[in-house]
Ligand binder design. Sequence first.
Ligand code: DHB
Ligand code: FE
Length: 278
Amino acid sequence: MAKIVGILNTSHVPALGKAIHLNLQEDPYWKPFFDGFKPIHDWLARVKPDVVISCYNDHGLNFFLDKQPTFAIGTANEYRSEDEGWGIPTMPTFPGAADFSWHLRDALVRDDFDMVTCQEMLVDHAFTLPMALLWPDQKWPVRCIPVCVNTVLFPLPSGRRCYRLGEAIGRAVAAYPEDLKVLVIGSGGLSHQLEGERAGFINKEFDLQFMDSMVTDPQWATQFSDVDLVEKTGNEGVELLNWLAARGTVPGPVKVTHSNFHIPISNTAAATMLLEPV
Ligand code: DHB
Ligand code: FE
């Protein structure tokens, strides 16, 4: 049976891609964020997941405003990145887990989630950067399943629905017959706003409460509407919906294996949290 071995939630600021490219991990500006991944590298070396299911949001590379699914899943054998204009070099192609993806797709649709099935899918920085943070040599030792959540075109799926999507993913993983270790990624957040009057908005108090809720009360943030979340976390902080989806995949309690919070990286309150089922 496939089994979820961990949930890794992290910010995905594009400038990280350039910092990785320029090897700035030890530079004083970047170090507090990159250091947050050192214990996670040790954990990965020990646990060795086989498959990544990444809950992330596309920012206009694969989906644009003309066609924007609320939820989509990749069922391809491989996924490519492309130049998005942020100055992040493209990364080696990511291997897919097509059979597992189709199983997930079927299970989610049968569980009332109307997934858009993508047999081809470009993956943007929200998918690629967490991967590069986890495996800095970019020799991906895992196969990948992208699960894309709309956090860009309003109205967004509610926090409640994202959490339920995660629960459905968790059930589908548990029903997959192959013995595979699955790492679930939740990509995005925490508070940030990139444009408009509130550009630069950060809400440390909310972020810390949200991080705490991941362990103590994982559905806490589902009380807020998409508009409430924008008010509390900024227009792009609402990417925390991906954290809710990822957290929903593990039904029971979790422990924090490692956590890091640093303000700011670019415009973002940058956070990383590795959770393990207990
Ligand atoms: C930034 C953060 C994001 O999540 C993103 O997708 C783009 C930019 C930033 O802080 O610069
Ligand atoms: Fe983003």
